[in-house]
Design a protein around this ligand. Structure first.
Ligand code: WQD
Length: 342
């Protein structure tokens, strides 16, 4: 079948995607400097799948080190590029760190793909490229909006760079996957979203509040023009996101792509409000969450959710895990961290 190089393989979505790739008989090699993750995740992947994989712990911003890894591999049929920083407030505080890390790593990976004639490339993009959208649900034809932060801008710039790369490399196939809000964890509770102190994202804040790590959580804004006044997001289970990568790679290997640079929205197509997410968590965990309603968080958009028809139709992908499963697996992952810290 050939090897698949996964960058960011010890990260949240990268690790779950490696599990799905291995379960679909792909051979996987990971490249991750573990600056935002833990090397032990590789052992957890082996515990889940029974398969040992190698992680090359090098910095993708170091071209020589990156080339050395790619040149050491034979029969690489694809690259899935997750490695990037993705914390919105940090990107506002340190834009140059984000532009350097997220764009130089992408350029170096594309250089190695070009030099080694690797035919298939899948890029981790984000719904944040749409900015504050008027028209919902969002389709792949919805144009880029104003990026709400430097992180989102690195995703917009990354996509544009890949479009130009695709024109210059007509024999390459490039697939851009725009995630909505990935949440939850693998059913084994052995891997999940590792957000250390002061998480920003809703679901880790919920589980850390229920676990007593956070005293009281805040719901940012109750005066939005939505059914209960709180923001709407398209939360999607990380294993459904993972499976979309396996399906996108196979779609590309099978030559089913219409052009050599294609975009897919990865969302459930359903919007869920913050309070609905909290209610789901309380129901599945039987824990009462300590939260207060506070002012809006700057930069938040009111509502966004996907039209995912194209990915379902073209990739044969169907996200079938609902918000209750997302909350249940996230909670069991949090409880598991207490038993077996990473
Ligand atoms: C969701 C909702 C908050 C925390 C994230 C990533 C972004 C992109 C998309 C990768 C919002 C509310 C949150 C809290 C709250 N992912 N909230 N209290 O902002 O949609 O963006 O997913 O590309 O990079 O940041 O997700 O989980 O931060 O917030 O009320 O303590 O939950 O206001 O309405 P967001 P989020």
């Amino acid at each position: 079948m050939g090897k698949v190089v996964v960058t960011g393989g010890t990260g949240y979505i990268g690790s779950h995607t490696i599990v799905d790739l291995l379960e679909h008989d792909f051979e996987v090699v990971s490249i991750d400097n573990c600056s935002r993750s833990e090397p032990q995740i590789i052992d957890r992947i082996e515990e889940i799948t029974g398969q040992k994989i190698i992680n090359h712990q090098i910095d993708l911003c170091d071209l020589a080190a990156t080339k050395k890894v790619f040149d050491s591999l034979d029969n690489v049929i694809g690259v899935i590029h997750f490695a990037a920083f993705k914390t919105v407030p940090e990107s506002v505080e340190k834009p140059l760190l984000y532009f350097h890390n997220n764009l130089v790593s992408l350029i170096n990976v594309l250089k190695c793909i070009e030099q080694n004639d690797i035919p298939n490339f899948v890029f981790s993009s984000s719904c944040s490229v749409y900015g504050n959208v008027e028209q919902l649900p969002v389709t792949e034809k919805t144009p880029f909006g104003k990026a709400e932060c430097p992180y989102a801008r690195t995703k917009q710039m990354g996509e544009e760079m890949i479009r130009d790369f695709a024109v210059a490399n007509p024999h390459s196939t490039n697939i851009l996957l725009r995630y909505f809000n990935p949440v939850g964890a693998h059913d084994s509770a052995l891997i999940g979203e590792l957000q250390r102190a002061n998480p920003n994202n809703l679901v880790p804040v919920i589980t850390q509040t229920a676990a007593g790590i956070i005293e009281q959580m805040k719901v940012f804004g109750k005066d939005y023009d939505t059914r209960d006044g709180t923001c709407i997001r398209d939360y999607i289970h990380v294993m459904d996101i993972a499976n979309a990568h396996t399906k996108a790679l196979q779609y590309s290997i099978d030559g089913k792509n219409k052009t050599n640079c294609e975009v897919f929205n990865l969302g459930t197509g359903k919007g869920v409000t913050v309070l609905e997410a909290i209610n789901s968590f309380e129901k599945v965990s039987r824990e009462k969450l300590n939260y207060i309603m506070t002012d809006r968080r700057p930069g938040d958009i009111e509502a966004i959710y996907a039209n995912n028809d194209y990915a379902k139709q073209e990739l044969g992908w169907s996200p079938d895990r609902d918000i209750n499963i997302m909350m249940d697996t996230a909670w069991r992952w949090e409880l598991g961290l207490k038993e077996r810290p990473i």
